[in-house]
Write a protein that binds this ligand. Structure first.
Ligand code: BTN
Length: 283
């Protein structure tokens, strides 16, 4: 029979070891480790055992180099877009990258959309899963959320892109209100996924993106528009408590959603302002 690796010290005592989601205690390759990250995620990277929010922590690292990555498998204060909480149970990969673009924020309105394309490529690289995009920053598969992205500027010269991917997250570990609309790579591939390899693919694609933010914008935005399932559907626009029905007609060059309102008026809504739901559910 195949020998199962374990954390046992040989005297029957099993030390606490790193936090591993249930079911993965004997599968070290399903745990984020400094050794595996060093190989699979080369470049400036730091692994945190757990933290409040990788975005918040990276903001405090004023001297961090361009391309610096913080990664953890569990956040206690994960944040999403529009001030929402982002549930970050063990089993996920929560990663933030610092970029120091040499252009002003107004010229990078497409950054969140391009980051979504980078994450779509990373998930495909790592596991062959083809995700679709729900405007503006969600990766979805089969109508369920796999990944969310939060882009935050610190002044005008630093930007932090924070990404949460449901890697090996078990369904029961999501809060009940999130569970029906969440999926994970483990569920989609039918087996455990190495979070170190996923983090490596994410960092690689994000750093690649940062080199072509202006020069390859059109091609990346065309890929965004082609993968965006929001377009061509009736949607609800959510601004705080205010809801309005509209029809999503397209994506503009900066990743804004072009919508036709019930009044017939055509307008563009931007990330940071509005979120979108389907008329009958999440997508
Ligand atoms: C969203 O779906 O609204 C965006 C979610 C972004 C979550 C990531 S996880 C890593 C980073 N740290 C955070 O607190 N948020 C981002």
């Amino acid at each position: 029979m195949e020998k199962i690796p374990s954390y046992s010290t040989g005297d029957g005592h099993v030390p606490a070891g790193p936090a591993v989601p249930d079911g993965f205690r004997n599968m070290p390759e399903c745990v984020l480790t400094e050794q595996r990250l060093a190989v699979l995620c080369p470049g400036p990277v730091q692994l945190l055992p757990s933290c409040t929010s990788t975005n918040d922590l990276l903001k405090t690292r004023e001297d961090a180099p361009d391309g610096m990555v913080l990664v953890t498998g569990c956040q206690t204060g994960g944040r999403g877009r529009l001030g929402r909480r982002f549930a970050s149970p063990e089993g996920g990969v929560y990663l933030s990258i610092l970029l120091r673009p040499e252009v002003e924020p107004q010229k990078l309105l497409h950054l969140t959309a391009m980051s979504a394309v980078a994450m779509r490529r990373a998930v495909f690289d790592c596991c062959g899963v083809e995700a679709e995009l729900k405007w503006v920053n969600d990766l979805i598969v089969g109508g369920k959320k796999l990944c969310g992205i939060l882009t935050e500027w610190v002044g005008t010269d630093r930007v932090i892109i924070g990404i949460g991917v449901n890697c090996n997250t078990a369904p029961d570990d999501f809060p009940p209100e999130v569970r029906p609309m969440a999926t994970s790579l483990r569920e989609l591939t039918g087996g455990p996924v190495d979070p170190n390899a996923l983090a490596g693919a994410m960092a690689f694609r994000l750093r690649q993106m940062s080199r072509v933010l202006l020069t390859e914008k059109a091609a990346w935005m065309a890929e965004y528009a082609a993968a965006c399932v929001t377009v061509g559907k009736p949607v609800q626009l959510l601004r705080g408590d205010f809801r309005e029905e509209a029809f999503a007609e397209g994506i503009d060059e900066d990743g804004g959603l072009i919508v036709r309102l019930k009044s017939g008026q055509r307008t563009t809504v931007n990330t940071g302002e509005v979120s979108v739901r389907g008329l009958y559910g999440y997508v």
